[in-house]
Design a protein around this ligand. Structure first.
Ligand code: CTP
Ligand code: MG
Length: 227
């Protein structure tokens, strides 16, 4: 199933504690976001890539895109204050298509097989998101004491990509904007409309580069893939 991908890349990476947007940090010899772009450049089902970037980083990012031969980038949107604003800025620009995939530029290790299943599921049922099963025991606590042990079998750690039929994500984003609703992912905007969202089991390597320790893990993943 063909799709258009929207990549929010307009964050600042505060939790990474670097002196610049974490996406520009290098894993070995390449900026993090280039690894992400290369996955979609290689995937034959990916028709176009749209990036949300900060105005002041656009030129730099565009230069990298050219240097690494990422020819599928169809356009840049100016990112907003929140991730959801950055995604919406892209959604406002993309031409109509069948399936839209939203993926954090900060998740460089996404695998093509998961992308393919997401696009298929979104085409069939409207909305599909990547997730992995929780491995640890999860408890709720208040004032330092346990109030509940949550049933693990029902818990999922949600990732991106999140894939949607074009019309559904457009409607959900518009509704959320008009209602002033801020979600932590795109699926929440679709859930608000009462539309079912399918989980596609992903893998643990699809980690988001968020804190400095993630860089160590990221390098280890790259090394293991080189062997
Ligand atoms: N993002 C964005 N626009 C924002 C905030 C985030 O496009 N206003 C993007 C980031 O660049 C990243 C993705 O959304 O690719 C996931 O967000 P996150 O991991 O939270 O990145 P940052 O917001 O940059 O990091 P932090 O929250 O630590 O500041
Ligand atoms: Mg953030």
């Amino acid at each position: 199933m063909n799709y258009t991908v929207v990549l929010p890349a307009a964050g600042s990476g505060k939790r990474m504690k670097a002196d610049k947007n974490k996406l520009l940090l290098e894993l070995f010899d390449k900026p993090i976001f280039i690894y992400t772009l290369e996955v979609f450049q290689r995937d034959l089902n990916c028709e176009a890539i749209w990036l949300a970037v900060k105005e002041e980083e656009r030129e730099l990012i565009e230069d990298f895109v050219k240097e690494y031969g990422i020819t599928k980038v169809a356009g840049f949107a100016v990112g907003g204050a929140e991730r959801q604003d950055s995604v919406r800025a892209c959604l406002d620009m993309i031409p109509e298509c069948d399936v839209v995939l939203v993926h954090d530029a900060a998740r460089p290790f996404i695998d093509a097989e998961v992308i393919s299943r997401l696009a298929e599921e979104a085409s069939d049922s409207g909305a599909a998101i990547a997730g992995v099963r929780v491995k640890d025991t999860i408890k709720k606590a208040e004032s330092g004491f346990i109030t509940e042990t949550v049933e693990r079998e029902k818990l999922w750690i949600i990732q991106t990509p999140q894939a949607f039929r074009y019309a559904l994500i457009k409607e959900a984003a518009t509704e959320a904007f008009e209602a002033g609703f801020l979600g932590t992912d795109e699926a929440m905007l679709v859930e608000r409309l009462g539309h079912p969202v399918k989980i596609v089991e992903s893998n643990y390597e699809n980690v988001k580069m968020t804190t400095p320790d993630d860089l160590i893990y990221g390098k280890a993943i790259l090394e293991s893939r080189r062997q």
